[in-house]
Design a protein around this ligand. Structure first.
Ligand SMILES: [Zn+2]
Ligand SMILES: [Zn+2]
Length: 235
């Protein structure tokens, strides 16, 4: 992994080049309509074998001890990539680095690499909502941007109004799993009757999975029969 100076230069040069060459790969400048070329996408670190219901990395894909001990909140989780450089850099640049133009290539990356099975039979796609304040600051919700392209490409119904984030929770960064759960208590309210539906939650990065777990419980309480989740990368 390159040092911070090189990474900073990479970010700055990347932003300039995206502006100059919108139909070029954001990583290597090869012609790429989607913004990330096939070769660079193939070089990204895949999220390897993992637990199918919480995406915990494991030597072989099987139920993890935690999911065997207690029924998992999610019925299925699918994450194509690991949160590793250079994808981590692109996600940071997109969310916090003033490079909103990275939204399109990142969304296409998810749509291209998410297995078909992850979206099969889904009748409601809900992106993890941001609190209004956070959304206004950022200007967009990254999870919604990913979900929008996924829904368009796969003919799935997107519902951005199904859940509201009613508490502006402080950043989850650096918190333990338990502290994250406390932090998120009462954070979401479901505004729909989801009885009998198969709901797919979408987020950009899955860290401990607490946000998706808390949200899944709320969605299930609103009547959903099945709740799955997808994210672009797993930290
Ligand atoms: Zn490339
Ligand atoms: Zn698990």
């Amino acid at each position: 992994m390159p040092g911070p100076g090189i990474r900073c230069l990479f970010a700055w040069a990347g932003a300039a080049l995206e502006w100059l060459y919108p139909d070029r790969c954001v990583l290597c400048l090869a012609p790429a309509r989607g913004g990330i070329c096939v070769a660079c996408a193939a070089d990204l670190v895949a999220h390897g074998p993992a637990c199918p219901t919480c995406a915990e990395p494991l030597p072989v894909a099987d139920a993890c001890p935690a999911c065997l001990r207690a029924p998992p909140a999610l019925d299925a989780v699918s994450v194509p990539f690991a949160y590793a450089w250079p994808l981590s850099q692109l996600l940071l640049g997109y969310k916090r680095g003033g490079r909103p133009q990275l939204g399109r290539p990142l969304a296409q990356l998810l749509s291209d690499h998410l297995p078909t099975a992850a979206t099969q039979g889904v009748d409601c796609v809900i992106p993890v909502p941001l609190h209004e304040q956070r959304r206004a600051q950022r200007g967009f919700n990254q999870a919604e941007a990913l979900a929008r392209v996924l829904c368009r490409r796969r003919g799935l119904p997107l519902d951005t109004g199904a859940v509201r984030r009613v508490v502006a929770t402080p950043s989850q960064q650096g918190l333990s799993r338990r502290a994250r759960k406390v932090n998120l208590r009462g954070a979401f309210t479901v505004e729909r009757d989801l009885r009998g539906s198969r709901v797919l939650l979408v987020d950009d990065v899955m860290t401990t999975g607490t946000t998706l777990t808390v949200l899944a419980r709320e969605v299930r309480r609103a009547g959903a029969d099945w709740v799955g989740a997808v994210a672009l990368a797993r930290a």
